[in-house]
Ligand binder design. Structure first.
Ligand code: ATP
Ligand code: MG
Length: 416
């Protein structure tokens, strides 16, 4: 028998319905904020991610599903959405007309990491990118949008952490300073950091092993006046929008392209995998990929983790059965039931059945299990009188006879 690969999984009802509900909430919030959907490929050139996400990042170095395809091309399953959106922005000339592009995506991402609770090899991200707006208002709107999506989806207990990494000028100066410090302390570094220290000293700050002590001991970045101003204004705007956040000056993010603002949303309910979403500003990425100057900001939320938070809080939407579950005996009754179900569905009343060829007893068992409000029973007597027996399945006593023609209006009245 074939089984799913490790770290890959089937998402079944009601989880799949919770996933959809979160997506619906996100789509509604995006619409209110002027974000429009982009659908990008799941497979891209490997080079896209190596160059944009960064060749010393964990994502590219260790986690990418990259392979040579039948035509000898080096390709990769996308591990994140931003590089593809940035590529599309350039390739499809989305900068034309000088308008900002406000785009969102929803789709699967692939990372070959060690599977555990909240960490899978295929998972879904909901992400947004606001491309071409250098103003702190874009940062604040992006973060506020993220908080609204989580609120609307019903994920409680989420906190926003905010930091700034400085612009490319601040970072260039800091890079040399940090490199000097790391060189003096190489023995204290883990093997991975030692290996990549020359290529990308900043990575050490995000290392699971060395990050924590470096945050304490290593020199901190000094920000230029422009970056200080940007960070201050972002915070003022967030306060104006009523968004709660806390500044965490030691936070760095696992991607190379961030400049200035970075942020993360954490949820206590998740334990070790506590990050529900992360994002930041990337002012130089699109230009470095051969596009126009397009300072941008965006984030990605882990849908699977958001679902875990909502479930842990017992906030998942209630499972609801159909209004009417049909039980019919005999060919004629089955025909009538089929017609009535179709009438009900046409006016928006959910109707279901199991199999009219089975015994009434077995059909009634299915009706009980279905979570339906009513069983609609059609046997010989009901056929003769052109009225079905309506049996409440949720506690109320009594059974009533309802003419076929009046069934839809009877069921349109919600049970008490
Ligand atoms: P982590 O620190 O948990 O590894 P990350 O920094 O690698 O997260 P990002 O690349 O910022 O994550 O992706 C944004 C969000 O996508 C994360 O906050 C998380 O909710 C989700 N995510 C990332 N990797 C996985 C995974 N392997 N399985 C499920 N969700 C994931
Ligand atoms: Mg990760």
């Amino acid at each position: 028998m074939n089984r799913t690969l490790r770290g890959f999984r089937d998402i079944l009802p009601p989880d799949s319905e919770l996933f959809s509900a979160i997506e619906d909430a996100a789509r509604e919030v995006f619409r209110l904020h002027g974000y429009r959907e982009i659908r990008i490929p799941t497979l891209e050139t490997k080079e896209l991610f190596v160059k944009s996400t960064g060749d010393t990042t964990d994502i590219v170095e260790k986690e990418m599903y990259a392979f040579t395809d039948g035509g000898g091309r080096e390709v990769a399953m996308r591990p994140e959405g931003t590089p593809g959106v940035a590529r599309a922005y350039i390739e499809q000339n989305l900068s034309q007309g000088g308008r900002n592009a406000k785009l969102f995506y929803i789709g699967p991402m692939f990372r070959a990491e060690r599977p555990q609770a909240g960490r899978y090899r295929e998972f879904t991200q909901i992400g947004v990118e606001c491309i071409g707006n250098p103003s702190p208002s874009a940062d604040a709107e992006s973060i506020s949008l993220l908080v609204k999506v989580l609120e609307k989806a019903g994920a409680p207990g989420c906190t926003v952490e905010l930091n700034t990494l400085g612009c490319s000028d601040c970072r260039r100066a800091y890079r040399d300073q940090l490199l000097g410090y790391l060189k003096l302390n190489t023995e204290a570094l883990c093997e991975a950091c030692r290996r990549r220290v020359d290529r990308n000293p900043m990575r050490a700050l995000d290392c699971k092993v060395d990050g924590p002590w470096l945050a304490d001991k290593a020199p901190h970045i000094s920000l230029c006046p422009g970056c200080v101003e940007h960070f201050d204004r972002t915070q003022a705007l967030l306060k104006a929008a009523g968004v709660d956040f806390k500044v965490n000056r030691t936070m760095v993010r696992g991607l190379d392209y961030y400049t200035r603002t970075v942020f993360e949303v954490k949820a206590g309910a998740l334990g070790a995998q506590d990050a529900v979403a992360g994002g930041g500003r990337y002012d130089d990425l699109i230009k470095s990929m051969g596009g126009p100057a397009a300072p941008s900001v965006g984030w990605a939320m882990g849908l699977d983790r958001a679902a875990l938070v909502i479930k842990a809080a017992g906030a998942a939407p209630e499972e609801k059965g159909p209004s009417a579950f049909f039980v019919a005996s005999g060919k004629e009754a089955g025909l009538e039931a089929f017609r009535l179900m179709s009438d009900l569905r046409a006016v928006g009343i959910p109707a279901d059945y199991s199999n009219f060829d089975l015994s009434m007893k077995s059909q009634m068992r299915s009706a009980d299990r279905s979570g339906a409000d009513y069983a609609v029973i059609i046997g010989e007597d009901e056929l003769k009188s052109a009225a079905c027996s309506l049996k409440p399945l949720k506690g109320q006593a009594g059974q009533e006879s309802v003419p076929f023609a009046g069934l839809a209006s009877r069921l349109a009245v919600k049970p008490a």
